[in-house]
Design a protein around this ligand. Structure first.
Ligand code: S3P
Length: 175
């Protein structure tokens, strides 16, 4: 069965929703940021600081290429995965693309809880979020299905995605 690929801006709930969704579907779960951190033995934040964003983007693209042949997985991606069109081709190869969204206020609130996103380490985080969002809007719009998680829990988001994959016959519960 096809992979379920979660894309979307930082703080939209890709990791927490993805884990719950994988559990409900009986799929394996891959979080690309966590896997990069594990493979490189350093946090994304350290990687940005030591080697720069470009190095991270190369690690990210390399991992996405390796995931392209997989199946039966929920893949939660980093918010910037859409910046590379080749990434999106690989993810589509055997995947359905689902975009999680949230309002700027909610993103600022959620991403403010942990200081782990180098791209948001700016004095005016609200401005940083809105500028990046605007620059990426069209890229996130490539998804097959989008869902706003602003007022809902990760469990509710997972349920709504489950409804979509059932409706579209992308997945069905084992009887
Ligand atoms: C990034 C998002 C982060 C992480 C990196 C860059 C981005 O992932 O990949 O800090 O460019 O939007 P999350 O979306 O999981 O926070």
């Amino acid at each position: 069965m096809k992979n379920i690929v979660l894309i979307g801006f930082m703080g939209t709930g890709k990791t927490s929703t993805g884990k719950l969704l994988a559990n409900r579907m009986g799929y394996s779960f891959v979080d690309t940021d966590a896997k990069i951190e594990q493979e490189c033995q350093m946090t994304i934040k350290e990687m940005f600081a030591v080697y720069g964003e470009l190095y991270f983007r190369e690690r990210e693209a390399d991992l996405i290429r390796r995931l392209a042949d997989g199946a039966n997985a929920v893949v939660s991606t980093g918010g910037g995965v859409v910046l590379n069109s080749q990434n999106m081709e690989y993810l589509r190869q055997n995947g359905v693309i689902i975009c999680l969204k949230a309002s700027i206020d909610v993103i600022v609130e959620r991403t403010g809880r942990r200081n782990s996103r180098p791209l948001l380490e700016r004095e005016n985080r609200m401005k940083a979020v809105s500028e990046l969002l605007q620059a990426r809007e069209a890229l996130y719009a490539q998804a097959d299905f989008s869902l706003d998680t602003s007022g809902i829990t990760p469990l509710q988001a997972a349920d709504q995605i489950l409804e979509f994959v059932k409706r579209e016959r992308i997945w069905r519960a084992r009887s």
